[in-house]
Design a protein around this ligand. Sequence first.
Ligand SMILES: [Zn+2]
Length: 304
Amino acid sequence: MLRRGSAGSNTAADHIALVDAAIGALPPGFRRRLMITVDGAGASHDLIARLDKLAARPGYQVIYSAGWMLGEREKAALRLVPEQAWQIAIDGRGEVRERRADDACADSRCAHRACWIEEAHVTELTGLLREGPDGDRLRGWPAAMRIFVRRERPHPGAQLTLFEAEGGWRYSLWVTNRPAATKGWLGQNAYIDAAHRVQARVEDAIRTGKDTGLGHFPSFDYQVNGAWLTASMTGQILLAWLKLLALDGDLARAEPKTLRRVLHAAARLVRGGRRRRLKIQASWPWAEAITAAWQRIDALPQAP
Ligand SMILES: [Zn+2]
C-alpha cells in the first residue's frame, strides 16, 4: 500500500485496510481458515479488535500473531519467569535449535548437558501479566489475547540493551489469539513460536522486494510511484508463484538477484511444424532448471 512519506508506521486504520485488502486478494475458498502475522507495529488496540472480529465470525478460523513491544511491564514479568518454565524452541523443520559449546568434549554426539548450548527458548507470559500481584496488567486487551516471548543468545558483538545484557538474552515478544485449550502439538509453545516466525518470510520478501523495484521510487509524483509500486509488486508475485509452482531445490528458495540468471537466459524462439520452440543453449548452467520449470508450468491445469 503506497502511503505519503508523512504517514506513521503505527496507523491502525491503514493496517486494517491492508488486512482487509490482503484477505480480499485470496480466492474465496481460502478465506475461511487464516493465519495472520503482523510485526510489532501492528500490536494496536484497533487492529487486534479487528482481527478478533474476523475470528469471531461463525464458520471462520482466524489465528493472529502480532509482534509486541518489550516495555517495563513485560520486563518485570520476565524477571519472574522461573528457569524451568522456559522451553526449548524448534526451527521451522521441527528441529531443536542448539549448537556445540566452545569447550565441548570430543564426542560430537554426546549427551552432556554442558556440551550443548540451547539457542532459543520460549515461554508464555499471559499468566504473569494477567494474574500477577498487580492484577490484570493487560486490561483493555481482549481476554483471548495471550502473550509469548522467545529468548535467544545474541550474535557475538550484537548491541544489547541494558536489560538484555543483564541475562545475556535477547527477547522477542508477540501476542496471539490461539486458544489455550488447543490440543496436541498445535497448542505447544514451541509450535506457537515457530508459527509466529513465518513472519520472517514476510520480512524477507520486503527485503528482497528492493531488488524488484520497491527500494527506489522513480518520481516525486504520487501517481507515478503508485504505478511503479503495482509493477514492482506484480514482479514479486510472479516470482513467488514461479518458485512455488515451477522451481525446486536452491532455486525455489532463491532471491530475485539469483533468479535473474534464470529469467535472463539467452534463448531463441523457433517456429516450425506449426509449433513454437524455445531453444536454450544446452551449456547454459540453468538450462535444465529452466526446461523442468517450463514442463511443470505446462502440466498445470488451465485456470477456470
Ligand atoms: Zn560432551
